[in-house]
Design a protein around this ligand. Structure first.
Ligand code: NAD
Ligand code: MG
Length: 404
């Protein structure tokens, strides 16, 4: 009997996670049908994906990009091109859709991720920023609609795999004492703080083990990525912050671990390739081939571990403090980070100013309880404005010091 193919909408399809997702899907044409692809503005990449996967819809955030894509699609194409937020929401919530890969980068992914959760879809969550900003709302939506949340971030995917299969909702009740979140330490693991003040965007984006988009690469270099993942782990696995420990493991072979009260520690290992976590999410509860080669432990030869250094990587402390404060503090931390990372990539600030900008924003902003999406969106918008103010102050200081 022919298998019923699962219909999926891939959001952020032209990015690093999106491309890897389509790579795994292409290996299993009998299992998946691409219902929709969505991206911001990359017409060339989207055109190639539309030709290869023949989705029912292609959504571009940018209207001009959508017009161009429409013009360039072959005349016999069955793909309908749409644009804007409401079209994105429509391809997420359509009754035909079984699964949504949420792989838009940054806060821009929050409305669509939340819409998928509210609509009760199987939600493959790569967009960690949406959980950091609106964790309370997103987890509530998952619970109320009966959506299935499958973490795609490799660490959370690893933890998910190491938790008791029959209860991932309340792991502490099943003898879990701690989650050990591994971190590669990023490209500047061995650098002094003074060296990091001179780091360039290209150096920050040259991750030793993983190939990723530029924003998350900079997050890995500041270790804010681990800070965001710390918050993500607390939300997904309903853990108190003291039950999540960060361990630096430079080889990125162990993707994270779960420690049980009897002394057992379960680890999920593999080559650092996101297709493993993506295939796990796509196939769950079955296992699918992903195209990732087998792990060669003899060639790997050693696995090292060290404690994180919050004095050189203050973003870790800022993320922890945001969780402790709660409410909109995490959305503020995330928004400030997005603005600061963009400023660093634009060469407006030095690398170590990223943490300075986040800290000053957190000090200046008023933190409130998260009750609705509007509250989160308002905190996000206000924090961005505040961080731009901090940026202007920093730039004034730099210019003044250049004049003396
Ligand atoms: P990327 O920059 O490579 O791709 C981002 C994608 O989002 C692109 O397709 C882009 O067109 C789309 N996009 C951006 N703004 C949009 C908007 N407003 N509306 C619609 N689409 C928009 O990023 P990435 O590295 O693939 O990361 C995507 C997400 O996955 C991030 O949240 C990141 O933290 C998370 N993640 C990535 C990795 C990785 O290995 N790359 C690992 C774990 C988690
Ligand atoms: Mg990760």
């Amino acid at each position: 009997m022919a298998r019923v193919r699962r219909r999926i909408s891939v959001l952020g399809s032209t990015g690093s996670i999106g491309v890897n997702t389509l790579d795994v899907i292409a290996q299993h044409p009998d299992r998946f049908e691409v219902y929709a692809l969505a991206a911001n503005s990359s017409v060339d990449a989207m055109l190639a994906q539309c030709i290869a996967f023949a989705p029912r819809y292609a959504v571009m955030m940018d209207e001009a990009a959508a017009t161009l894509l429409r013009q360039r699609l072959p005349v016999d194409s069955d793909t309908e091109v749409k644009h804007g937020e409401s079209s994105l929401a429509a391809v997420v919530t359509a009754p035909e859709v079984d699964m949504v890969m949420a792989a838009i980068v940054g806060a821009a992914g929050l409305p669509s991720t939340l819409a998928a959760a509210l609509a009760g879809k199987t939600l493959l969550l790569a967009n960690k920023e949406s959980l950091v900003m609106g964790g309370h709302l997103l987890m509530q939506a998952v619970r109320q609609s009966g959506a299935r949340l499958l973490p795609i971030d490799s660490e959370h995917n690893a933890i998910f795999q190491c938790l008791p299969a029959d209860d991932q909702e309340t792991p502490v009740h099943k003898g879990v004492s701690k989650v050990l979140l591994t971190a590669s330490g990023g490209p500047f693991r061995g650098w002094s703080y003074a060296q990091m003040t001179q780091a360039t965007p290209d150096q920050a984006c040259a991750h030793p083990n993983w190939s990723m988009g530029r924003k998350i690469s900079v997050d890995s270099a500041t270790m804010m990525n681990k800070g965001l993942e710390f918050i993500e782990a607390c939300w997904i696995f309903k853990l108190k912050p003291e039950r999540v420990e960060i361990v630096v493991h430079p080889q990125s072979i162990i993707h994270s671990m779960v420690q049980y009260l009897d002394g057992s520690v379960l680890a999920q290992m593999g080559n650092p390739d996101m297709r493993t976590a993506i295939a796990y999410g796509l196939g769950w509860p079955e296992r699918l081939a992903s195209g990732v080669g087998p792990l060669d432990l003899v060639a790997t030869s050693r696995l090292d571990f060290e404690a994180p250094d919050e004095s050189r990587f203050p973003c870790l402390r800022l993320a922890r403090e945001s969780v402790a404060v709660g409410g909109t503090a995490m959305a503020v931390c995330n928004a400030a980070n997005e603005v600061a990372v963009a400023a660093f990539l634009d060469k407006k600030i030095c690398f170590t100013d990223i943490a300075v900008m986040i800290e000053r924003t957190l000090e200046r902003m008023n933190i409130v309880e998260v009750t609705t999406l509007a509250v989160v969106e308002e905190a996000d918008a206000e924090a961005r404005e505040c961080t731009l103010g901090v940026l202007a102050d920093l730039q004034r200081l730099t210019n003044a010091s250049k004049r003396v």
